[in-house]
Design a protein around this ligand. Structure first.
Ligand SMILES: Nc1ncnc2c1ncn2[C@@H]1O[C@H](COP(=O)(O)OP(=O)(O)OP(=O)(O)O)[C@@H](O)[C@H]1O
Length: 563
């Protein structure tokens, strides 16, 4: 229980900071609607019974005051409708605004290089979580917090109302509501924790596997795994159905429990008020009032049912989202280097989540502003990892790294289902078509794009479908060229291009770079030849650092893949 509270606290805190007043007002209006509903039922019962008795004799009919109770009934009826209407507007508006703020905060966090790198590795899973978890949190306020506040207030109000009739009856009813109804909610909530979590995981697996099945159909068919993938989808579906069954069973048990608790409360109240009436302690109208108040008393507790059933899912969502709400969780912004340097590494160790020290092992190196560096070495040695470190996507596990703001062209740049223009403007939202054409020309793509029927307005499919692999690579390069950062990090920028195109692109790239610093990770001679310094990595360390004009520089170039 304490663990659950600890998990929920950061989320509740954010809710409070964002829309505390509206959320409190919503809960207040909800409580008012409940009180007015109970009052309406009780007073109507009293009034109908009292007027029936008053009508028995002419004398009592004349003196019976119909105006005050009927005004009260009207007040409760209008009050209940108004409070219910206001509550719906206020609570839903506040919830949607809180969730929008939460979404914005999370998306901003995920857009930072370090987080984005993590997102790119597991996009489907993380995106499901981001959207579904945020949605799941709306039940925290609407279905857990508000009903809980209203239910506790209802218990309090019933105790007071019935105490006017008989203090023991009031006390018993209040105690019954708190112990039995709160207890039932608690037990149902606990029982639903595991199936709720299982349902969320199964739903995630079902979606991810279905997407893999659709997106990877050809590959799965080629390797004969189509049937296995279908089985995996069916298995996730079975787990989802099983979790749904479990939740439905708990829901039915909870519904039966609430119904029983309500009937027992009503029966006990009936017996007590019947006895009190027989004793002459209370009249029939008061008995009717008490019965109807008891009848209305369990309704707010039953409203908690849905929230308690979804509590497992809500808790899981909060657990996954809460760490990203901490101010320090978001962003590792890489430090800035000393003046005159594009980057500085001092005994830098870095790697990925599972082993943060394993890839780069104690690199010490600095590049002066305007320097052009090629990083070479066997496949898998950590060239791209070095670029990721400089781009601030991963952090040093030991030592230090400082770098100027950088734009990075990765080996697999993402292109979007948008126009060519839209894809380019991601890097420079205000760039006009002339500037976009300039970047395309530098990347050697302007003729290809102008040859398309809609030019810059041509829409690309998913992942840039509609252009060849080499064209996509150059489009990604053109997008990088639009980034006005002092350092460009290029990972095999002309891989996949024919030698002539590649050479022309590199020439224009060198010109477009101007005074910028460049770091190029490569296996290809023509790309490394752009640099005035070559760094050879092996075993996670620098094994050679050579300057243009030296024999070692030429020897390193000669070891690379010819054009
Ligand atoms: N996102 C990642 N998560 C975990 N490990 C990774 C990740 N990216 C790379 N690695 C691992 O880090 C090591 C270095 O990879 P990196 O991509 O930096 O090598 P590289 O020198 O650029 O290789 P290549 O020349 O083939 O592009 C590899 O063993 C790889 O498996």
């Amino acid at each position: 229980m304490r663990g659950s509270l600890k998990t929920l606290l950061p989320v509740i805190k954010l809710f409070w900071i964002e829309r505390g007043a509206s959320l409190a007002l919503g809960a207040g209006l909800s409580a008012l609607a409940m009180l007015a509903g109970g009052g309406l039922l009780g007073l109507s019962g009293w009034f109908i019974t009292a007027s029936a008795f008053a009508g028995l004799t002419a004398a009592s009919a004349i003196v019976f005051d119909v105006f005050v109770p009927s005004a009260g009934i009207r007040l409760f009826a209008i009050g209940r409708t108004a409070a219910r209407y206001g509550e719906r507007i206020v609570t839903h508006d506040a919830t949607l605004k809180v969730l929008a703020a939460l979404r914005e905060r999370l998306f901003r966090g995920w857009a930072e290089p370090a987080a984005a790198a993590m997102m790119i590795r597991r996009p489907a899973k993380l995106l499901f979580r981001l959207t579904n978890d945020v949605d799941a949190l709306d039940s925290l306020y609407l279905r857990v917090l508000v009903p809980a506040v209203v239910a506790v207030l209802a218990a309090f109000a019933v105790t007071i109302a019935l105490s006017f009739i008989n203090p023991i009856l009031g006390g018993l009813a209040g105690l019954w509501l708190v112990v039995i109804c709160v207890g039932l909610s608690f037990v149902a909530g606990r029982m639903a924790l595991k199936p709720g979590r299982r349902r969320a995981h199964a739903m995630e697996a079902l979606r991810a596997r279905s997407i893999d099945l659709v997106a990877g159909q050809t590959e799965l068919a080629m390797v004969g795994q189509l049937r296995a993938q279908r089985r995996a989808v069916a298995e996730a579906d079975r787990r989802l159905a099983q979790a749904d069954d479990d939740l439905n069973r708990i829901d039915s048990i909870a519904a039966a429990g609430f119904s029983l608790a309500s009937t027992l409360l009503l029966t006990t109240t009936l017996l007590i008020v019947a006895w009190l009436t027989k004793q002459g302690t209370i009249g029939a109208p008061a008995a009717a009032f008490a019965l109807l108040v008891a009848f209305a008393a369990t309704e707010p507790f039953a409203a908690m049912r849905r929230g308690t059933l979804e509590f497992g899912r809500t808790l899981l969502a909060a657990r996954r989202i809460a760490p990203r709400l901490k101010p320090d969780a978001a962003v590792r912004v890489i430090a800035r280097p000393d003046a005159g340097y594009a980057f500085q590494l001092t005994n830098a160790f870095a790697g990925y989540e599972d082993d943060t020290r394993s890839i780069l092992q104690g690199l010490s190196f600095s590049l002066a502003v305007g320097g052009r560096l090629a990083v070479v070495g066997p496949s898998g040695v950590g060239k791209s990892t070095l670029l990721a470190l400089l781009a601030g996507e991963i952090a040093t596990a030991d030592g230090s790294a400082a770098c100027l703001p950088a734009a990075r062209l990765t080996q697999r740049s993402e292109l979007f289902q948008d126009t060519v223009r839209g894809n380019l403007q991601l890097a420079a939202p205000d760039a006009d078509d002339n500037r976009l054409r300039e970047a395309l020309a530098t990347a050697g793509l302007v003729h290809d794009i102008e040859g398309l029927p809609h030019g810059l307005s041509t829409r690309l499919g998913e992942g840039g479908a509609g252009l060849s692999g080499g064209q996509l690579r150059r489009l990604a390069l053109a997008r990088l060229l639009l980034r006005d950062t002092p350092l460009w990090l290029l990972d095999e920028p002309t891989e996949g291009l024919d030698a002539d195109t590649a050479r022309a692109v590199l020439e224009r790239l060198a010109l477009a770079a101007g005074g910028r610093s460049l770091v190029i990770a490569t296996h290809i001679r023509r790309e490394a030849a752009l640099a005035d310094r070559i760094l050879l990595l092996d075993g996670g360390s620098i094994v050679a650092d050579t300057l243009r004009g030296t024999l070692e520089f030429e020897m390193l170039l000669d070891r690379l893949r010819p054009d």
